[in-house]
Design a protein. Sequence first.
Lengths: 222, 222
Amino acid sequence: MCKYAIIVAGGKGERMGNHIPKQFLKLNGKPILMHTIEKFHSTFPELKIILALPENQFDFWEELCYKFGFTNIPHEIVAGGKTRFHSVQNALKLVNENGIVAVHDGVRPLVSQHTIINCFKTALQLGNAVPVVDVVDSLRYVNKAENKAVKRACYKIVQTPQCFQTALIKKAYQQDFIEEFTDDASVVEAIGIKIHLVTGNKENIKITSPEDLVIAEDYLTR
Amino acid sequence: MCKYAIIVAGGKGERMGNHIPKQFLKLNGKPILMHTIEKFHSTFPELKIILALPENQFDFWEELCYKFGFTNIPHEIVAGGKTRFHSVQNALKLVNENGIVAVHDGVRPLVSQHTIINCFKTALQLGNAVPVVDVVDSLRYVNKAENKAVKRACYKIVQTPQCFQTALIKKAYQQDFIEEFTDDASVVEAIGIKIHLVTGNKENIKITSPEDLVIAEDYLTR
């Protein structure tokens, strides 16, 4: 059984108030993306890691790996696409053996080993697994002129890694892209597959703003 | 037209990993609750402020006010109830003139003056106003065995201050409490009133964990 991790790092940096794509911003002195890759490698040393990165960042990544001595974790690099969907689609071309594929956001370095193991284990048993956590704020449903309170206990916030049997995810990604595909679960669900939820870890935030970096550093310091 | 703010501070401290109720934890050297009250007072100096606090914290609050020289902002104190609903119900007994009531979480010190003014203005025109912000993560609807991806663009995260014409909110709070009342908008909506949404400010987070305190200090430092 082969294990793959597709790490998607599509950030172009527009939202961080500076010009460094967010996956390269430093967390405790080292690019976020390196923390993420290390977490997966340390959990499963035999894991095949595929990094989807915008093509014009390949050289910069190579420089960073050299500068930070990040040369011990083998990983293949594929060109990111127009959207996250297209990046995953490209990366899946390198998935040629049967097993489990995890798709993970490059800017979620704080995923726990427990979450990763749990997702792989559940996907092996049930075909897929997606980590979720509770919603803490009140939620309202808004559609044009209408808006109404909804029961927040009936909603979950979706994280990554989202894990799937290789044949299943490869089949799902043969579909044409639609706007509703915001994550891999929604793509796989669209071919009629039931998604299985597992409990994620609260710290597993997606770093998309300078405030998130501060939280992440705080988590790492504890 | 009379303006009221009911500041609800019901925290008993169990969730912060220590025994100080969260509204009293220090943010840049001063209890969170003082920041919150100051923000409302500086926005509308004529505002009548009603603080709903667990009865066994009255003395501690008085000590804190003395210690921090927090004696220039007049505010009335009422006993908090079993739930947030019951605290607001108690506080509304002190609302005796026509105008607008804002209900605000004591642990949201980072509400902007712009948000406060916008909510009061809209409530004056339309009867009520509730600040909301976008959902940034993927969401799934979960109900027993069923779960499915939902369009996150159709959901909003609800903040405070939630503002209402006095007659409206007093009428709504005559209802019996049900579990679905997670905020004031849901209470007012239950008597058949349409809720009006205004744009909140992203920093206006509810401080409920040590990580939130770190984010809040970061926001204040900027």
